[in-house]
Ligand binder design. Structure first.
Ligand code: DAH
Length: 438
C-alpha cells in the first residue's frame, strides 16, 4: 500500500510511527540503453547489464559496495542502475529544466544568495538521513520496508533533508540541494522508487525579524509561504490567492497543516492534478534543536522539500512517472533547455494488459516487497500493482488478490512476453515472499 505522502513528504503525520501503523510509514554517462524499446523480446534470457563502477560526487562506487547478498542490504540491481544517472543535471530534461527555472527564481529574488548543490552523493549515513533531522528511532521511514539500506548504518538517502545539518555546519545559511532520492514503494503512475527532490533552506538572524515586531517563528513562517507562493506564481505564471488557498486559472493549490519531525509549524502544498490532490512539497520552520546542534544558536530558519517529478508532471503534462527515465527520442526530443511547460504530446498509447494473482499472505508480507519483485522482473513495463481483493477466512488465513498492469510506453507487448513475465513473477513471489499462490 502506498504511503499517502510519498515522494514529496514521507515524513508527515499520516506515516508517523511504526507502532501506530502497519503500512509503514561526476557524471556518470552510461552507454547502456535504458529505454525498454531496446529490450529483447524474451525477458527470461536477457538480463540488463549492470555497470559495475560509477562515480558520484567524485567518489568511485562499485556495484558490490551497494548491492550485496547480506541481510543488512536490500538494494536491488534495478536501483543500483539508477545511481549516477542524475536526470536533474540534464538541461534538456524536464527535471533539469524545472530545476533551472527554480534556480532562476531564487537568483532573481534573492540576488544570488542561495548556494546550490546538485551533486552530493546519494549514499548517506543513517545519522545524516534520520538522526540529524530528528526522525524518531521508531519512525516508520527507518524500516527496511521503506528505505534502501546499503548496510545497517548506510542508506540511499530518502530525502534531500539528509544534507541540511552538514551544510549548516559548513556555514551555509541560504541553500538549495537537488538530488535523486530513493524509497521502497508501491507502483502506479505517480510512484517510482527513485525520484528527485529539491531542498531549500534559509537562516535568519535576529535583526531580520526583530524589526518586524513579530516573533522569529511567525516571521519565518510568513516569509516561507510568501517565498513558495512566489515560486508557484513564477512556475505557473498565474496569480496565487492564499485564502481561500487557490490559484486562479488551470491549477488549483492549497496549503495543508501537517507534521514533520524537523519543522514546527509544518505545512504541505498540494496541487490538484487529474482529479487528485498531489502533495508537491513539505515545508516549515526548522526545529530549534537542528539549528542549535549545528552552530546556529540564535537564529530561526525555514526549510522546504519539493518533489520535482510531481511538479514536472503537472507543468509538462507528463502522464506517467516512468517517462522521466525514458531514453526514447520521441520523449526526449520534446523538451528544450530553458523551456518550462512545453506540453508533452503522448506519442501513442499502447494497450495495457492486466494479470491477476491471488495468494495467502504470511505475517512478513508487504506490498513494497511485492512491488520490488515485480519491478525486478518487469522493470518499467509494469504500470501499476493494485490490491483488488482482500479477505480472511475462518481459519484466519488472509488472501490478497493483486492486479498487475503491464504496459510499455514505447511499443506493443506481445502475449507471449507478458505471459513469460507473469510466470516469472508468480515463481518469484512464491519463492521470495513466503506466500502460497492460490
Ligand atoms: N523531507 C521531507 C520529505 O521528503 C520534505 C520536507 C518537509 C523537507 C519539510 C523540508 C521540510 O525541508 O522543512 O518528506
Amino acid at each position: 500500500m502506498a504511503l499517502s505522502l510519498v515522494h514529496s513528504t514521507l515524513f508527515s503525520k499520516t506515516s508517523q510511527l511504526l507502532i501506530h501503523t502497519k503500512i509503514g510509514f561526476s557524471h556518470f554517462s552510461s552507454s547502456i540503453p535504458f529505454s525498454s524499446s531496446a529490450l529483447p523480446s524474451n525477458p527470461k534470457t536477457w538480463r540488463r547489464p549492470v555497470i559495475s563502477v560509477l562515480e558520484l560526487g567524485g567518489v568511485k562506487i562499485a556495484r558490490d559496495d551497494v548491492v550485496r547478498d547480506d541481510p543488512t542490504n536490500n538494494v536491488p540491481d534495478t536501483i543500483f542502475s539508477k545511481l549516477g544517472l542524475q536526470l536533474h543535471r540534464r538541461d534538456q530534461h524536464p527535471l533539469g529544466i524545472l530545476k533551472n527555472t527554480i534556480y532562476d527564481y531564487f537568483d532573481t529574488n534573492y540576488s544570488n544568495k542561495f548556494d546550490k548543490f546538485d551533486e552530493l552523493c546519494p549514499i548517506v549515513s543513517v545519522k545524516q538521513n534520520f538522526d540529524d533531522v530528528l526522525v524518531p528511532a521508531d519512525h516508520v521511514s527507518r524500516s527496511y520496508n521503506d528505505t534502501y539500506y546499503v548496510d545497517s548504518q548506510t542508506v540511499l538517502r530518502c530525502h534531500t533533508s539528509a544534507h541540511q545539518a552538514e551544510l549548516l555546519r559548513k556555514g551555509h545559511t541560504h541553500f538549495l540541494v537537488t538530488g535523486d532520492v530513493y524509497r521502497r514503494d508501491s507502483i502506479d503512475s505517480t510512484h517510482y522508487p527513485v525520484f528527485h527532490q529539491m531542498e531549500g533552506f534559509r537562516v535568519f538572524s535576529p535583526d531580520e525579524w526583530e524589526a518586524s515586531g513579530m516573533d522569529g517563528t511567525s516571521f519565518a513562517a510568513e516569509d516561507l509561504k510568501k517565498c513558495l507562493e512566489g515560486l508557484a506564481t513564477h512556475l505557473f505564471g498565474l496569480l496565487l490567492y492564499v485564502d481561500p488557498v487557490k490559484i486562479s486559472g488551470a491549477v488549483e493549490m492549497r496549503w495543508v497543516d501537517t507534521y514533520f519531525p524537523f519543522t514546527n509549524p509544518s505545512f504541505e502544498l498540494e496541487i490538484y492534478f487529474k482529479e487528485k490532490w498531489l502533495e508537491v512539497l513539505g515545508c516549515g520552520v526548522t526545529e530549534q534543536e537542528i539549528l542549535k546542534r549545528n552552530g546556529k544558536l540564535n537564529n530561526v530558519a525555514w526549510a522546504f522539500g519539493l518533489g520535482l517529478e510531481r511538479l514536472a508532471m503537472v507543468l509538462f503534462d507528463i502522464p506517467d512517472i516512468r517517462l522521466f527515465w525514458s531514453d526514447d527520442e520521441r520523449f526526449t526530443s520534446q523538451f528544450s533547455k530553458g523551456q518550462l511547460g512545453t506540453k508533452f504530446k503522448p506519442f501513442s498509447r499502447y494497450p495495457p494488459c492486466y494479470k491477476d494473482m491471488s495468494f495467502w499472505i504470511s505475517e512478513s508480507f508487504t506490498e513494497n516487497n511485492l512491488c520490488e519483485v515485480v519491478r525486478g522482473i518487469a522493470g518499467d513495463l509494469v504500470e501499476e500493482v493494485s490490491l483488488i481483493d482482500n479477505f480472511t477466512n475462518k481459519k484466519g488465513m488472509t488472501s490478497h488478490c493483486y492486479r498487475i498492469s503491464y504496459r510499455s510506453m514505447e511499443r506493443s507487448l506481445t502475449d507471449e512476453e507478458i505471459n513469460d513475465l507473469q510466470m516469472s513473477v508468480r515463481e518469484q513471489v512464491q519463492s521470495k515472499l513466503n506466500v502460497v499462490l492460490r
